[in-house]
Design a protein around this ligand. Structure first.
Ligand SMILES: C[C@@H](C(=O)O)C(=O)SCCNC(=O)CCNC(=O)[C@H](O)C(C)(C)COP(=O)(O)OP(=O)(O)OC[C@H]1O[C@@H](n2cnc3c(N)ncnc32)[C@H](O)[C@@H]1OP(=O)(O)O
Ligand SMILES: [Co+2]
Length: 146
């Protein structure tokens, strides 16, 4: 398994617009993407781009509001009503090799790889098999675009 970039930190929120205002006004974010709905994950999502160094893209805060209470993020917010850190996403060069790796270790890969918010294949590994951390694995975008 070859660990790639920390692509994003997933942060759940009950109110996406309030969270965008928070990142702009409290955290001084200047580069926030337009929210869009990712139906397959039942979330409305946008990205706060943090500065990288010498021209490389920085990591992102991925803001997630559930589009239904009966969803992964919706259920999580029931237990964590203020929102907060929900998952961590790492890039890998080969999503299928990574899936086989985790499964070979007996860790629960949740569902088949599917297209995520960056337009590349993603999957999740169950938090209980990952030291309590819901972990998203994402194929590195081919065009280097993050
Ligand atoms: C936009 C896209 C992208 O980046 O491309 C995304 O990220 S979409 C991001 C949203 N999509 C996802 O998260 C998809 C993957 N997530 C899932 O499949 C689900 O959330 C599971 C992780 C399987 C949990 O399912 P569910 O909430 O129905 O089960 P549950 O409530 O019984 O939770 C089982 C146990 O896991 C814990 N648990 C639940 N969610 C957790 C999380 N985010 N981090 C750490 N632990 C978590 C619960 O507290 C519980 O522990 P206790 O038993 O100790 O109470
Ligand atoms: Co994510």
């Amino acid at each position: 398994m070859k660990l790639g970039r920390l692509n994003h930190i997933g942060v759940a929120t009950p109110d996406l617009d309030a969270s965008i205002a928070f990142y702009r006004n409290v955290m001084g974010a200047t580069d926030v993407t337009e929210p869009f709905v990712l139906e397959s994950q039942q979330v409305r999502v946008c990205f706060v781009n943090t500065p990288g160094e010498n021209g490389t893209a920085g990591t992102q805060i991925e803001l997630l509001q559930p589009t239904s209470s009966d969803s992964a993020v919706g259920k999580w917010l029931e237990k964590n009503p203020l929102g907060g850190q929900h998952h961590i996403c790492y890039e890998v060069p080969d999503i299928h090799a990574a899936k086989a790796w985790f499964e070979g270790l007996g860790k629960r890969v949740l569902g088949e790889p599917r297209i995520g918010a960056h337009g590349t294949l993603i999957f999740f590994v169950h938090p209980k098999d990952m030291g309590g951390q819901l972990t998203e694995i994402m194929e590195t975008p081919k065009d280097g675009h993050h």
